[in-house]
Design a protein around this ligand. Structure first.
Ligand SMILES: C[S@@+](CC[C@H](N)C(=O)[O-])C[C@H]1O[C@@H](n2cnc3c(N)ncnc32)[C@H](O)[C@@H]1O
Length: 206
């Protein structure tokens, strides 16, 4: 099949993307690694010894960054619909986070260890129907928030990708009623034309 104009354009953009080139040079599995690195540089989220849960972990850029920063005394647990090639310091569950049984697997793996940071870069496959895609994305973000509220330590933080659009303001409001501080971050590796933004919440309210 002949590649479409949009897939050729995507490939050209991908090859010329400076973050893709940097990721290849630095050994990161995705350009997304630089989003977490930039946010962490500013907000100092990742600390040695910490337990981190990475939702939507594949291909593994964020998990790589997290595993390096938490070190051998820490632990990263990644979860994704898609498989993840093994990464040192990362335990992985392949499954759909919307399923109760997958949540239970994650909880079992945690063994009641206090979670210092929940990061969610989950994004659904794009169907091309904007309202449906937005609703699916918001649902994943809501599930991630519920998980963070249930498992974070009082000092823990929650970083989540959301897309501006229908449901965004309501989500922000919910996040603000569960955490003392909520800020938004748009790292340089996040494309300008993308409506994605990262919300960082800390200071869980009882
Ligand atoms: C943008 S990618 C994550 C990139 C990753 N942070 C990195 O640094 O390499 C989004 C991921 O969310 C995952 N995802 C989407 N829906 C999911 C679901 N219901 N449960 C688990 N993972 C999901 C996708 O499979 C995809 O790998």
């Amino acid at each position: 099949m002949k590649p479409s104009k949009t897939s050729k354009q995507w490939m050209r953009e991908h090859i010329n993307d400076p973050f893709v080139q940097r990721a290849q040079k630095d050994g990161y599995r995705s350009r997304a690694a630089y989003k977490l690195l930039e946010i962490d540089e500013r907000d100092h989220l990742l600390k040695p010894g910490m337990v981190v849960v990475d939702l939507g972990a594949t291909p593994g850029g964020w998990s790589q960054v997290a595993a390096t920063k938490v070190g051998r005394s820490g632990k990263v647990i990644g979860l994704d619909l898609l498989p993840l090639d093994p990464l040192a310091g990362v335990d992985f569950i392949q499954g759909d986070f919307r399923e109760e049984s997958v949540l239970k697997q994650l909880e079992a793996l945690l063994e009641n260890r206090p979670v210092g940071l929940v990061i969610s870069d989950m994004a659904p496959n794009i169907s091309g129907i904007p309202s449906a895609d937005q609703a699916r994305a918001m649902y994943l973000a809501e599930l991630a928030m519920e998980f963070a509220v249930a498992h974070l330590t009082p000092e823990g933080s929650f970083l989540v990708k959301v897309f501006q659009g229908e449901g965004f303001e309501t989500y922000l409001h919910q996040l603000r009623s569960s955490f003392r501080k909520v800020v938004s971050r748009k790292p340089k590796a996040s494309r300008d034309r993308s409506s994605e933004v990262y919300l960082l919440a800390s200071g869980k309210l009882e």
